[in-house]
Design a protein around this ligand. Structure first.
Ligand code: OGA
Ligand code: MN
Length: 308
């Protein structure tokens, strides 16, 4: 069966059918999937009944996977730290409850963000697979940052050109509900990183407005100016005409390009309803800023190959 690709939102996001990722795809099919990933920024592959090993194996085709650092707190439900357990469950598989660490991270995920933008080498792709879904709420929304950049007026483009943004997990987690007491720990776990505010995509060459909830300040501006600019840009980016809202079905695999999109989770009844997703994250080609200066990437396609 040939694969089919159907665009979902006006400027980005597409659905791909006709491939079963439990089996290694051919190089031709992998090329089509990777082309769509670059072109649309978000690809939805319904009906992928993957186990964790199959999800990991497919993820590795895109590049080296990000391994989460060891963290304090309750025992992990899934030991392998290349898998991010995006669920509201405890290690024993029961509901963790609204006051749990899990629920807190879910709240943080409800702010518009790009995965791992607080790392020197922020994420390339994220691959989220749905195992159990909420009947009500729990959608994931995506925002097209290329369109967000292109629709800025000329003055704003000039104002932000060459600016460096500091991205901090502690910053977004406090806004998401984590206590101030967690800040020190989070700063140590994930020290802030600098990213260009206007980011050139290393494979398409397109410019994106690389904003998000992790941005704590813009270098070279005073505190108020910086906070105002962040608010203005965070308000501009996720306008409805460049947002795709994904209503999950079990076995959807959604893959997004963190270099050209933002995403956020939507609320659901976290106390009573099980929502279980597993994320595999592919590392990027960073750092993007060295010694306070943006490194302009050499534009080339990442070699994405099916092993011989
Ligand atoms: C993520 C994320 C949002 C959601 O997995 O990176 O932000 O809807 N998820 O679960
Ligand atoms: Mn995320």
């Amino acid at each position: 069966m040939p694969i089919s690709i159907r665009q979902l939102a006006p400027s980005f996001a597409a659905e791909i059918r006709g491939v079963d990722l439990r089996h290694m795809p051919s190089q031709a099919v992998l090329d089509e999937i990777y082309d769509a990933f670059l072109e649309y920024g978000v690809i939805v592959l319904p009906g992928q009944a993957l186990d964790l090993d199959q999800q990991l194996a497919f993820g590795r085709l895109f590049g080296p996977l990000h391994v989460l650092p060891p963290m304090k707190g309750p025992k992990r439900r899934i030991e392998d730290r290349a898998i991010d357990d995006v669920s509201n469950l405890k290690a024993d598989g029961s509901l963790a409850g609204a006051n749990s660490e899990k629920a807190m991270f879910a709240l943080g995920n409800q702010l518009w963000h790009s995965d791992l933008s607080f790392c020197d080498n922020p994420a390339h792709a994220s691959m989220l697979h749905a195992t159990e879904i909420a009947e009500e709420g729990g959608e994931t929304e995506f925002c097209d940052l290329v369109s967000a950049y292109e629709t800025l007026d000329r003055e704003m483009k000039a104002k932000i050109e060459g600016k460096i943004a500091v991205h901090s997990l502690a910053h977004s987690r406090v806004r998401g509900g984590h206590s101030e007491a967690d800040v020190e720990y989070l700063l140590e776990l994930r020290p802030p990183a600098s990213q260009p505010l206007v980011r050139t995509h290393p494979e398409t060459g397109k410019k994106a407005l690389f904003i998000g909830a992790h941005v704590s300040k813009i270098e070279g501006l005073d505190e108020t100016e910086s906070a105002d600019l962040i608010d203005t840009l965070l308000d501009h980016a996720p306008q409805p005409e460049r947002v795709y809202s994904h209503r999950w079905a079990v076995n959807d695999l959604v893959i997004w390009d963190n270099r050209q999109t933002l995403h956020r989770g939507r609320p659901y009844d976290v106390d009573n309803v099980r929502r279980v997703m597993h994320r595999v994250t592919v590392d990027g080609d960073g750092p993007n800023v060295v010694d306070g200066k943006t490194i302009e990437p050499e534009i080339r396609r990442r070699p994405v190959r099916v092993p011989a």
